[in-house]
Design a binder for this molecule. Structure first.
Ligand SMILES: [Zn+2]
Length: 207
């Protein structure tokens, strides 16, 4: 589990160190769950390109194979570094979840949250400078069950935002999630299954 305090990471600012940090966080958590060979490299080439540029704001990622449609000179993910909000390792896990094709859990077709819509729009505008369309797209809009594979709705998922009780109608706040939930850990292997429970051996020569 990679629930390390993020101030440790701020000591390491240069890009090579960042690559090692991301590699460690992702390999320790997602690595054993998915049958994908991940190779981490410095520089700007790769299927998933992580930016920490100050010119970009926010922390975001495109979803899954959409990354293949992004021009090769553009990032497919951006991580605020050091983070303005949240915990660095939790942000990396959340955004890498998107890169693996996961959507927001609070947009699950079966979510049980009832939002105070006016307060929620106000909150995301004040805290993140999000306009109405962005808040709708990232918070309220539920995934269409015809478009997604789901496991049961899980408020502990790394893909679920913390929603405080001011944003909800007479419901307790959902907690902030820093690590993969038990359900995240059982769901991911069903999306990227191992062969007989073990990584499939790669052929030695291309074919
Ligand atoms: Zn997200």
């Amino acid at each position: 589990m990679a629930a390390t305090h993020d101030t440790d990471y701020r000591l390491h600012g240069h890009p090579g160190a960042r690559t090692r940090i991301y590699k460690k966080i992702i390999e320790d958590t997602y690595g054993p769950l998915i049958n994908l060979q991940l190779k981490f490299v410095d520089g700007s080439k790769g299927d998933i390109r992580i930016s920490t540029s100050k010119a970009e704001t926010g922390t975001w990622s495109v979803i899954g194979t959409e990354a293949l449609n992004i021009p090769p000179n553009e990032p497919t993910m951006h991580i605020d570094y050091p983070p303005d909000t949240g915990n660095l390792s939790a942000n990396i896990l959340h955004e890498f979840g998107h890169a693996l094709g996961l959507l927001h859990e609070h947009q699950h077709p079966d979510r049980t949250l009832e939002f105070n819509i006016r307060e929620t729009y106000k909150h995301f505008e004040n805290e993140y400078n999000w306009g109405v369309p962005r808040t709708y797209h990232n918070i309220f809009k539920k995934a269409d069950p015809a478009d997604v594979i789901t496991s049961p709705y899980d408020q502990q998922s790394i893909m679920h935002y913390a929603m405080n009780d001011k944003l909800l109608w007479k419901q307790p706040s959902t907690g902030a999630n820093y690590v993969l939930s038990e359900n995240d850990k059982t769901f991911l292997p069903t999306l990227y299954p191992h062969y007989n429970g073990r990584p499939r051996e790669r052929p030695q020569t291309p074919r």
